[in-house]
Each structure stands twice: as C-alpha cells, then as structure tokens.
Design a protein around this ligand. Structure first.
Ligand SMILES: [Ca+2]
Length: 111
C-alpha cells in the first residue's frame, strides 16, 4: 500500500542516519536513540536524533533500545507523548518488557 510505503520513507529520510557512524552522529546530535524490533538488540531498527511524536511504521515494534551520547530519553506507549512513559538512561542498552514491549509509539528527550 503506497501510503504505508510513503510513511516508511518519510521516517527513514528524516530520522534514519545510517550513513553516519554512531560516534559522529552522537557528536552532532548530542545523542541517538536506536530502537530495535528484536530483543537482543537486533532486527529492524529506527534511529532517532530528536523527539518523535509518531514512530510511523515503527509503532508498536520496538523490543529493545540503545542510546549513544549523553542525553536521556523518554519513550511512550501512545503517539504525541501520551500513554505510559518510560525513562531510558543515556548510554544504556536494554529490553522493553511487559506493557512496553511492542507498544512504543513516540519518544522524546528527557531533561
Ligand atoms: Ca518487536
């Protein structure tokens, strides 16, 4: 369906920074949030350099995360920073379990 494909392209063109190595990206942006479909972390991934009110094609997929750089993040089970909020500490890698697993739809910096 073309609408879904367009959403995927938009997300990746704005947020996906695979052409930059992680250290350079973190230096530029102050920190990146990597979201992974699988828990290890591996599988499909989305890379966020700034707050995202809607993960589009990655909604309800994230099962693990990794944060580079020195910014903390929040992730939310609803779009537009609604629902249950989870705090993710800078520099950490972890799994989403229970209600958080396959349930994340937005993310923002946490100050
Ligand atoms: Ca998943």
């Amino acid at each position: 369906m073309s609408h879904i494909n367009n959403q995927t392209k938009d997300l990746y063109s704005i947020e996906f920074v695979q052409d930059l190595d992680e250290e350079a990206s973190a230096t530029i942006s102050g920190g990146l949030l990597f979201l992974f479909d699988k828990p290890n972390p591996q599988g499909d991934q989305a890379v966020l350099a700034s707050s995202a009110p809607n993960l589009e094609s990655f909604n309800n997929k994230a099962s693990s995360y990794r944060i580079t750089g020195n910014k903390n993040w929040y992730v939310y089970t609803g779009k537009n920073y609604t629902g249950t909020r989870y705090f993710l500490k800078a520099g950490t890698t972890g799994r989403f379990t229970g209600n958080a697993n396959n349930n994340i739809e937005s993310a923002s910096f946490a100050y």
